[in-house]
Unconditional design. Structure first.
Length: 134
């Protein structure tokens, strides 16, 4: 992440996941228009997202007020926490500008994580470190 941006468990960079995306046979490209919702609070996670270009706002709504958690930009991953816990999303993601995302379905990510435990372990360590810093 950029040095000026605080670490955030909702969005992170991980070269370890880059390797999983490279070998994935089920990843797809998503062209997202400005204002388009990628996922919403309390929905089941469908997979992992990587920002190829654009900006994605990750936020929660509390007492009818929007609380921005982070802006995901080129090179950031998001959606991993809910995917790994197999729990509904705790936030909403929406495109601030026209964006291009790579998407890996949950089953594919979990399969590759199982097939490459060393990479999976490094991803989990990185995620835990981000949670500690949040």
């Amino acid at each position: 992440m950029k040095a000026s941006r605080k670490q955030n468990p909702y969005v992170f960079k991980a070269s370890e996941i880059d390797a999983l995306f490279e070998i994935s046979e089920e990843k797809s490209v998503m062209k997202i228009k400005k204002g388009e919702v990628i996922f919403t609070l309390n929905t089941k996670p469908l997979g992992l997202y990587f920002v190829q270009s654009g900006k994605i706002k990750i936020f929660k709504t509390e007492s009818d007020k929007e609380k921005e958690l982070v802006i995901a930009s080129k090179g950031d991953y998001f959606g991993l926490g809910s995917l790994m816990r197999n729990k509904k999303h705790t936030c909403t993601a929406v495109a601030l500008v026209n964006s291009t995302l790579y998407f890996m379905p949950s089953k594919e990510f979990l399969k590759l994580s199982s097939n490459f435990p060393d990479i999976s372990h490094l991803v989990l360590v990185k995620l835990c470190n981000l949670l500690d810093e949040a």
